[in-house]
Every structure is written in structure tokens, then in C-alpha cells.
Design a protein around this ligand. Structure first.
Ligand code: ADP
Ligand code: ASP
Ligand code: MG
Length: 432
């Protein structure tokens, strides 16, 4: 039975990191293996900056500079890995950069989201070309596949929706079960018309789950720079502890509320087929991983904390003395959906409807403009939303440390408070 591995940006950030993949894959060579790989390091952020420059008439020089820097960074990794070996993928990678440049010229006057997908996908196309060549060079027979020909989606660019039936058919028929390791891209897909699409930032975890679901895989392993899933981001909470085992449902809740370690869409396809997900460390592969499966017994054993930064609190009020009733709420939420935004916290009262949103200027700007046409709007920026799953008594007060919350919400399993970021500590501590 197939195992699916997913390597994110951090695990292939430079030549040394890529070398490190070899023993991890060799140790699993005895069974069919699909390796799903993201763009190297922070390449996707750099491709987004390149895209912004490409769309602006005034930034021709910045565009060239960004493109050349990105190309030089990849060239350096290839040279470190292959030297002047004939197996070097340098020619193929240079050709991908030429294609990327051509795609920018072709799409720069089109809608942002379409232009985004036709260009940002190159991060993964380039990284996988390098990693596949490296594995073959180190003696692991590896077949490279273009995920745009496997993962069939609609044309909802930047957040493409899967055509599961077509994807399952392509994955089953085009990924011939042979002796070789199969290597493909995370995050990207393609439409019937041949356009490239992306599944949303950090979407490679979801890609791994898609392949696993379609092939009834035995397990998925996500290799990270942490030993597993913790009860809070270990970079931000000084006493975060690793969770040994949690359910698909609990992991989805954590991811949905903003735990940046797994994409929230990952667990659904695995849960349907009872495929366990392991979160393991590529630095210390022998460390005990976190296991995510159907077992719910351990979900509420420890409280988990999640921070969402760069939040905006938007308060919407009717212009006259009328109620913020269901038709009005329906109208506001409809515009939110149209803007492609998601409310992280909602609060309503007789004449007020308030939403906590991610600060995504290209989406938030048009939404606020549209709402301001019909309602009174106020907004507060630079906020941090703290979410706690399974809080114990007194925990929210201890975490708040006297800070006033702009908004709060609580139900049986989850508590949330919204704070001014300037009043929040850089490093948090989970109260006993
Ligand atoms: P990649 O994209 O390379 O797969 P990510 O950077 O997306 O990996 O995820 C790993 C990072 O997630 C860790 O370095 C850690 O700081 C962060 N993180 C956030 N929340 C958690 C959590 N609850 N448990 C573990 N890591 C977390
Ligand atoms: N490279 C994409 C991103 O940075 C997808 C991923 O890494 O999961 O968002
Ligand atoms: Mg990631």
C-alpha cells in the first residue's frame, strides 16, 4: 500500500536540506511512495512580490531584480548539489524561469487571481525538478509528474475547488504503480482548459491528502521543522507541548482557527478513508510523531492556544434607527463571501454586526467600500485574535493579563478574545 510523504518549504530550503531527504526516502523505498513537495523556503512569498512588480508599470526594474535574485538562489542550490555533473537539472530550471517570465508578460493585464496561478505555480515546478534530479542522482529512481495534469480543479483561482472524480481517475491511471518513487508538486492543480490553479496558501498538505485519498494510501507523513503538532506554536509559546495523538476533527478545529502547521482542508479526505496522518520532524526523524486519526479520546486532555495576527475588526451599523436583523446579516455575509473573506469571529446586537477578518488589503478594501455604500462602518486594525480549545477555568483571564478584549466569544469547547497587537507579548506562556 502506498505511503504519501509531504515536504514543505522549510525541509527543502537549501542544498543541505535537500541532501537530507535522501535517507528519509531510502528508508521507505520498500513500499510505493508518493512524495509531494512545496516550493523551496520562502519562494512563494518571493513569487508574490514578483507578481506585484509585474503588474505595476512603475516597477519594471524591481521585477527584473526579483526574477534574477530568485533565479540566482535556485542556481546556487543546483550548483551546490550537482557541481558540473551531467545530471544537473540546470537547463530545465533555466527553461522554467524563461517560461515564468513569459507567463508574466502574457497575463499581467488579466485578473489578479488568474495571473497569480499562472505564475506562482512555478515555485513548485522548479523545486520538484531539482528534488527529482537530486533523488535520481543519489540512486533513488524517481519519476516526476506535473500535478496540474493530476489534480483537476475548477477555475476559481487562488482557491480552486477539486473535481474529485476526475482527479481520482487521473491519479489512478497516470501514476503507474511501478518501481520508482513518484514525485509531484503540492499546492497546484489545473483546469480542463489547461490553466494552472492553486489550492490556497499552505495548500501542499491538502495536496498530500488528495493523493492519499485517491490511492487509498496506508498513511500520510508530513515532514516538518517541529517534531509534531503542539498545543500552541512553539515559536510563540515558551511552554508549548507536543500532542501525541488527536482526532481528525480536533486537528481540523485547530487548523481552522489558525494553527499554521496544517492546512485545514487536509483532514477531511483522510478521515473519509481512515488514513492516519503523522506529523514528523525531518531534523530528528526518530522522534515520536503526532498521530492524527479517528480516535477522539485524547482531544480534550490539554488546552491548545492559537494566535491569529494582522486582524481587523469591522463594525457595521444601519444608517437609520433600524435593526441589524437577519436580512441585513444575510446581506453582509453575502458580500463577505463575494469578497472571498472568512470571519474569524462574529458578534451581533440590535443595531450592530461586527466581524473579525484577516487583513488582506486586496479583498478587504473592496468589501469595506461596498459596505460603506449602505451602512456606517468603523474599523480597527493591528489586532490579534487568541483562540483556546478546551480552556480550563481561569485560563482566559490568566492569558489576558489585565488586557481589555475588544471582543470575545465562548462556547463549550472554544474561547476567543481579540486584543490590540501592541498590547500582546512577543512570547506567550500557557497558564497551568
Ligand atoms: P512547511 O510549510 O515547511 O510544511 P510550516 O512552516 O507551514 O511548514 O509549519 C511548521 C511551522 O508551524 C513550525 O515551524 C511552527 O512554528 C508552526 N506552528 C504553528 N502552530 C503550530 C503548532 N500548533 N504545532 C507545531 N507547529 C506549529
Ligand atoms: N508553496 C505554497 C505556500 O508557500 C504551498 C505550501 O507550501 O504548502 O503557500
Ligand atoms: Mg507551510
Amino acid at each position: 500500500m502506498t505511503t504519501v510523504f509531504k515536504f514543505g518549504g522549510a525541509s527543502i530550503k537549501d542544498a543541505d536540506a535537500i541532501r537530507h531527504l535522501t535517507p528519509l526516502i531510502e528508508a521507505h523505498e520498500d513500499r510505493p511512495l508518493i512524495v509531494v513537495v512545496s516550493a523551496m523556503g520562502k519562494t512563494t512569498n518571493k513569487l508574490e512580490a514578483l507578481l506585484a512588480a509585474a503588474r505595476s508599470e512603475d516597477h519594471r526594474d524591481t521585477y527584473r531584480e526579483c526574477l534574477e535574485t530568485l533565479q540566482a538562489e535556485h542556481r546556487e542550490v543546483i550548483e551546490a548539489l550537482f557541481g558540473d555533473s551531467s545530471e544537473s537539472p540546470i537547463k530545465r530550471v533555466e527553461a522554467l524561469f524563461v517560461e515564468l517570465d513569459a507567463q508574466h508578460r502574457k497575463h499581467r493585464r488579466e485578473a489578479y487571481a488568474k495571473h497569480y496561478d499562472q505564475t506562482v505555480c512555478y515555485g513548485e515546478l522548479i523545486s520538484t525538478t531539482i528534488v527529482a534530479a537530486w533523488l535520481n542522482h543519489s540512486g533513488i529512481a524517481t519519476a516526476w509528474h506535473d500535478a496540474r495534469e493530476l489534480v483537476r480543479t475548477d477555475a476559481c483561482h487562488q482557491a480552486a475547488n477539486l473535481d474529485w472524480a476526475a482527479t481520482a481517475e487521473f491519479v489512478r491511471t497516470r501514476l503507474a504503480q511501478n518501481e520508482r518513487v513518484i514525485l509531484t508538486q503540492g499546492f497546484i492543480g489545473g483546469t480542463e482548459e489547461g490553466a494552472s490553479t492553486t489550492l490556497g496558501r499552505e495548500g501542499s498538505d491538502f495536496s498530500a491528502a488528495i493523493f492519499a485519498h485517491c490511492l487509498d494510501a496506508q498513511e500520510v507523513v508530513i515532514w516538518k521543522d517541529v517534531t509534531g503538532l503542539f498545543n500552541a506554536d512553539p515559536r510563540r509559546f515558551d511552554n508549548a507541548v507536543q500532542l501525541e495523538r488527536i482526532s481528525y476533527t480536533e486537528a481540523t478545529e485547530l487548523a481552522w482557527h489558525g494553527a499554521k502547521v496544517i492546512h485545514p482542508k487536509t483532514l477531511g479526505p483522510l478521515q473519509e478513508k481512515s488514513i492516519p496522518l503523522m506529523v514528523r520532524s525531518f531534523e530528528t526523524p526518530d522522534a515520536k510523531p503526532t498521530v492524527i486519526d479517528a480516535e477522539r479520546r485524547f482531544d480534550s486532555e490539554v488546552a491548545s492556544c492559537i494566535l491569529r495576527e494582522n486582524q481587523v475588526w469591522v463594525e457595521v451599523r444601519p444608517r437609520d434607527f433600524s435593526f441589524m436583523d437577519e436580512p441585513r446579516q444575510h446581506d453582509i455575509l453575502g458580500r463577505l463571501v463575494e469578497a472571498g473573506l472568512h470571519a474569524n469571529l462574529i458578534d451581533s446586537s440590535a443595531m450592530r454586526f461586527a466581524l473579525c477578518l484577516d487583513d488582506k488589503p486586496e479583498r478587504l478594501g473592496p468589501l469595506i467600500e461596498s459596505l460603506a455604500g449602505d451602512y456606517e462602518i468603523t474599523r480597527q486594525d493591528e489586532l490579534t485574535l487568541l483562540t483556546v480549545r478546551h480552556p480550563h477555568s481561569g485560563m482566559m483571564a490568566a492569558l489576558s493579563q489585565g488586557r481589555e478584549a475588544l471582543a470575545e466569544r465562548r462556547n463549550a469547547t472554544t474561547a476567543q478574545r481579540l486584543f490590540h497587537s501592541r498590547e500582546c507579548p512577543e512570547t506567550w506562556h500557557i497558564p497551568d
